[in-house]
Design a protein around this ligand. Structure first.
Ligand code: FAD
Length: 420
């Protein structure tokens, strides 16, 4: 836990949610963790606190910071195994030493792997699944205190990976790895809105990972194209011009916080995230929301958004559009469909943001939008459940894994479970 030493943090990273926890635990062994969990009536693990909702809250919160967390590489299996409190920033250092890589990363390395996986956190790329799709195996302490293991191919595994913290404490995660690769990052500025809507597929296919940024929803500020060195990088992008200086996704924020651009080749972990470890990612003072829709509806959804530009504009720091490949993980926001992810970084004005989200969610409803589990949304479980084909299976899995409901917090009940 990243609060002052010996003191638990009061709020999430953004300072927008105050934890109600009355007890904090820092087990130093799996055995201690098992005892804590078996005794607790209402408990959760806190990851790196980057969610914007009550998803991580409970009467008793557990930090895995003190738990021994060796990183072990299995070259024959093509995997790396790590502790449940490890951040991507810590993991990539070790992988870099081993000449290995993950297929993708989110916009920042500061987040915990287990917390990211639990909420289907994603980067971008039409061929890249979200970060949870890299999970090959899990070790979980369930509410009985038992340590269970699950591996890809097991009956319930596809339901356990994006677990929303509802199935127990993930103590270890095994991820797929591949040989290290290099990436170069080009930023293109001033793409017209008509070029975006008329050539959407061409734009999102322009690199390994592509992000489109806009503040006003009538023009595109920037398109960030991350290309692997073994693939061609675009020399130009429609009517946009190549940036001649490094940029921050939020116009006016310091580019020093960002990974190098201007086509300079570098290691995967220093190009795939937008932000660098050791710097504040994004704006800091903010709220985030995001919705994932079928990629085939991307242009219609973007046009629907544009019609809300006057309402959205005053609250918006930046909107980011990315793509995520389909997967089979039951509660993944990309389950069964190649997706476009429409993200909003809002000014930290919670009531105004809630008011505008009513309009955003109405506009996206015809497309079956699935809200990002770690960000602010209004939809309740009854409206979300029909958007997940395996929702009923997940509810049964939660009941089997946690029959006494120790991990069932209020957020889970209202946003996920009460839908069937
Ligand atoms: C600046 C910023 C940038 C972001 N960028 C992206 C992005 O690029 N893409 C994207 O998709 N999302 C992004 N997010 C959202 C973020 O990735 C998710 O909120 C993610 O869940 C954060 O992980 P965490 O460890 O901080 O989670 P927390 O908020 O600490 O916890 C989230 C959930 O995970 C559970 N959990 C954590 N650890 C464990 C464990 N060991 N076992 C069981 N459950 C566990 C918690 O109980 C809780 O239910 C961003 C957020 C911020 C603040």
């Amino acid at each position: 836990m990243t609060g002052p030493a010996g003191r638990a943090p009061d709020t999430n990273w953004a300072g927008t949610y105050r934890y109600r926890a009355r007890r904090w635990h820092r087990p130093a062994s799996v055995e201690q963790l098992q005892e804590i969990v078996a005794r607790a009536a209402d408990v959760r693990v806190l990851g790196s606190r980057h969610s914007f909702t009550a998803i991580a809250d409970a009467d008793e919160l557990i930090s895995l910071e003190e738990l021994p967390a060796p990183v072990t590489v299995d070259r024959d299996a093509g995997t790396v195994s790590l502790g449940g409190g490890t951040t991507y920033g810590e993991l990539v250092r070790r992988l870099a030493d081993e000449g290995l890589a993950l297929a993708n990363l989110a916009s920042l390395p500061h987040i915990s792997v287990a917390g990211a996986v639990a909420t289907a956190t994603h980067g971008s790329g039409v061929r890249n699944g979200n970060l949870a799709t890299a999970v090959a195996a899990l070790e979980i302490v369930t509410s009985s205190g038992e340590l269970v293991t699950a591996a890809r191919g097991d009956a319930d595994f596809d339901g356990q990976v994006v677990g929303l913290g509802a199935l127990g404490v993930v103590t270890r995660i095994t991820l797929d790895v591949e040989p290290a690769f290099e990436v170069r990052q080009h930023v293109f500025e001033g793409l017209s809105w008509s070029a975006l809507t008329e050539h959407f597929d061409e734009i999102v296919c322009a690199g390994y990972s592509v992000s489109v940024f806009s503040r006003r929803l009538d023009a595109v500020d920037m398109v960030w194209v991350k290309s692997r060195l073994d693939e061609a990088a675009p020399a130009g992008l429609l009517d946009a011009r190549p940036a001649i200086h490094d940029r921050n996704p939020i116009v006016g924020e310091d580019p020093a916080a960002c990974t190098p651009q201007l086509g300079r080749p570098g290691p995967w972990h220093d190009r795939l995230p937008h932000f660098r470890m050791g710097f504040t990612p994004s704006a800091g003072v903010e709220i985030q929301s995001e919705y994932l829709l079928p990629r085939g509806h991307a242009v219609a959804a973007i046009e629907a958004l544009r019609s809300l530009a006057d309402r959205i504009g005053p609250l918006l720091l930046v909107c980011e559009i990315r793509t995520v490949a389909a997967d089979d993980l039951w509660m993944s926001t990309s389950y069964g469909r190649d997706s476009v992810a429409v993200h909003f970084t809002w000014r930290r004005l919670p009531e105004d943001v809630a008011a505008v989200l009513v309009h955003v969610e109405n506009a996206f409803a015809p497309f079956g939008a699935r809200p990002h589990w770690g960000k602010v949304f209004l939809a309740d479980a009854a409206s979300i459940a029909p958007r997940y084909e395996r929702h009923a299976d997940f509810v049964r899995l939660v009941e089997r894994s946690d029959p006494r409901g120790a991990f069932r917090n209020a957020w889970l009940e209202t946003s996920v479970l009460r839908g069937t």
